[in-house]
Design a protein around this ligand. Structure first.
Ligand code: BGC
Length: 382
């Protein structure tokens, strides 16, 4: 019995030693983040004191690939910079869950909050609490509206994303030279996501003149942002709307020609692709379809010829920028900002950092996504 007790003691002691040495060997600064993310910017972190600081990271959903990537990239980059991270996902876009997760982050001592909101309008109350506790808030990717608690905003140039989609269609349909007219339908994302104002309006800023001149025709007549919005950015919803459009307009490879579908992102594009594939379209007669994110499914579709392009937003770049912001805030220095005029959340302009989006397609996916370590070849082949 005595022997047993001392054996247990020895195990406990060994565990303690391991724990203590583990704590002392905090991650050094440099990036062990996925895909070679450069945590170097934050690598000056004074790990000894920063190790005690906790950062809350609230992502909107587990159900779309990009947010899992964003969350993981940020967690590893922040941890590599010496911070403790409370990373939470709002289930399947569940607003009350996101609110209560943020509430917990505040009460459990997070010193900065990084939030990608499910709905830009639903966090007013909980963020008033963050402000009352002097906790800075970084809006991540999506601007949080109508609250003066948002300190900074980090995102991609969302207007540019939209214009890239419009410019792509203009280019492949050769709208300035071809006779046309070309038939087109439109899909954008969740009406509560402020980003659609940039994605959709950006794309329309390029395409509207051709609708006005009749070179582009939208047979359903559905060209208003809120009419073509897709709740929750859901692929199922975009699929069923596309199915309705197919039956009400008679689109088919041998019927009414559909030349293009402007989709604001990959999840909506995937629903449209499924509906068109089910209606008999093949890679030889598929309409041009735009997207955004370079999701694995969409990269596969691009390789298969059932989606034409996507906009690549390297989540490693955004995560690293946010780590720099967090690090600067917690050290009392100036966070990186490169835009002080575009994003007004209803309470004034929010100082922002806009990362650069890049066009992705079957032609360049290898250099863009595989060579940079974003995906492995086997992720997107087969
Ligand atoms: C993001 C897109 C994403 C969409 C759906 C938007 O706010 O900017 O990258 O595809 O949400 O998750």
């Amino acid at each position: 019995m005595k022997k047993k007790v001392s054996k247990v003691l020895a195990v406990v002691l060994a565990a303690l030693i391991l724990f203590v040495t583990g704590c002392n060997s905090q991650p050094s600064s440099s990036g062990t983040t996925s895909g070679g993310a450069d945590a170097g910017a934050a690598s000056g972190a004074d790990t000894a004191s920063a190790a005690k600081k906790k950062v809350g990271v609230s992502m909107p959903t587990k159900s779309l690939q990009r947010w899992n990537q964003d969350g993981e990239n940020m967690k590893s980059s922040l941890e590599a910079a010496g911070y403790e991270v409370d990373l939470q996902y709002g289930g399947e876009n569940e607003i009350p869950l996101q609110v209560s997760q943020i509430e917990n982050m505040i009460s459990s001592g997070c010193e900065v909050l990084v939030i990608a909101a499910i709905d830009g309008e639903s966090l007013t109350e909980v963020l008033a609490n963050a402000k009352a506790n002097n906790i800075p808030v970084i809006a991540y990717d999506r601007l949080i509206m109508n609250t003066d608690a948002v300190t900074y905003y980090a995102t991609f140039d969302n207007w540019k994303v939209g214009t890239m989609q419009g410019e792509y269609l203009k280019r492949v349909l050769d709208l300035d030279n071809a006779a046309g007219p070309f038939n087109i339908e439109f899909f954008t994302g969740d009406p509560g996501d402020n980003n659609i104002n940039f994605f959709f309006d950006g794309a329309m800023s390029v395409l509207q003149p051709y609708l006005d001149s009749g070179k582009l025709v939208c047979p359903s007549g559905q060209t208003e942002k809120l009419t073509v919005a897709t709740e929750g950015w859901s692929s199922e919803r975009s699929q069923s709307r596309m199915e309705n459009l197919i039956s009400s307009n008679g689109y088919s490879p041998s019927g009414t020609k559909l030349d293009a579908v402007m989709c604001s992102n990959d999840s909506t594009a995937q629903g449209v692709t499924t509906a068109l594939t089910n209606a008999g379209y093949t890679k030889d007669n598929f309409p041009y379809i735009t997207g955004q994110d370079c999701d694995i499914v969409s990269v596969k579709n691009m390789i298969a010829g059932t989606q034409s392009m996507s906009v690549f937003k390297d989540t490693r770049t955004l995560a690293n920028k946010v780590v720099e912001m967090v690090d600067a805030i917690l050290k009392g220095s100036e966070p990186p900002v490169n835009d002080n005029e575009t994003y007004d959340n209803g309470t004034g302009i929010i100082p922002s950092y806009l990362c650069d989006p890049v066009e992705g397609s079957a032609a360049n996916y290898r250099e863009l996504l595989i060579d940079t370590g974003y995906y492995k070849e086997e992720d997107v082949i087969g």
